[in-house]
Design a protein around this ligand. Sequence first.
Ligand SMILES: Cc1cc2nc3c(=O)[nH]c(=O)nc-3n(C[C@H](O)[C@H](O)[C@H](O)COP(=O)(O)OP(=O)(O)OC[C@H]3O[C@@H](n4cnc5c(N)ncnc54)[C@H](O)[C@@H]3O)c2cc1C
Length: 324
Amino acid sequence: MIGIAITPPYTEMITPKLDPDWAKKAMLLIEECGRVSHKSEGRIKEGSAEPFIRKIAINYGHESILEHASFTANFVGSRSMSHQLVRHRLAAITQESQRFCDYSSEKKQDDKENKRLFVIMPPSIMGSKGLWEKVVWQADDGSLVCDQKPILDVLAAIGEQENLSREQVENGFEWCRDQLYAYRAYLRARERGVPSEDARSHLTNACKTEVYVTYNWRMWRHVLGHVKCGRALNDHAQWEIKGLFMHCLRFFEQEIPLMVSGLRNRYYFHKMMEDIPLTPAEWADFQQIIDKNFVPATPDQLLDDIAGTYQRPIKVDGLSEVTS
Ligand SMILES: Cc1cc2nc3c(=O)[nH]c(=O)nc-3n(C[C@H](O)[C@H](O)[C@H](O)COP(=O)(O)OP(=O)(O)OC[C@H]3O[C@@H](n4cnc5c(N)ncnc54)[C@H](O)[C@@H]3O)c2cc1C
């Protein structure tokens, strides 16, 4: 069977996986380097790194000392996601190659009977986060493998349970069918001897990709929300990027809270989260983390942020319509 496997985006933190002491080492490194400026190395003792970094980098803003420590994460998402991710230039990036990974090769596939292409389906395609979650999560391995008939059956069954319109179900089906056609065209091209690097031109932006990214601590704060209304965690950012970075935020908050302390974004929380598929528990968890770490902007700052960042009307909690 030739099929597509609809799979959810996810983040894996790599540095902590390889080094359980990573958080402590990162703080010690920053303290060691940071104290040279005032020659206060003699004041290094158990527990002195956290208050030192908070005072110098977070409160006084001497953030360059944060650049001494770096962390790596693996982002799994669509090629749309990765096109945006790489716009953050102060990073080391390594990505799954569509030249070297041959999606037609049975050798590269776990299941030799079935050829499948992993794809990421945006929730907006079916206009229902609930439906998206059911489709994506129902398979044991976190992905749904389908050829044309099963996917229509699955979508129809979920559509019935969720009380969705026929049009919503058809939209989901149309999307899956197009991915499948694209994949078939790719396979036919490979059979004709077209190299992977050219056959990939048939594939869509929905194709799953993996990107290993290393940012230094300062850069993590930048993408998570330090500047104006944030970069990745911005209410206008794409749903996958927001979801992936929200999981990073939660991870850092649990493991090294100082790293994400004093960011901004709070006023955008609901708008920021509305298109990310989340469980109710995750939603509550994230709300708490944002409340704790993101410094709420004053209404004036908020207006400045909007005027400086977006040239279009935007509605904000507690404020009337604003046009920059
Ligand atoms: C909601 C949203 C919509 C977007 N829409 C578009 C779009 O329509 N088209 C588009 O092209 N992009 C778009 N982008 C991408 C955006 O323009 C930036 O490229 C991206 O957010 C990278 O952020 P950054 O500018 O802070 O740079 P980063 O690469 O993240 O760098 C971090 C910081 O380092 C400094 N820095 C990095 N490189 C240099 C340098 N060479 N010189 C001086 N300082 C440097 C800057 O202070 C910068 O802010 C969008 C991003 C978002 C979040």
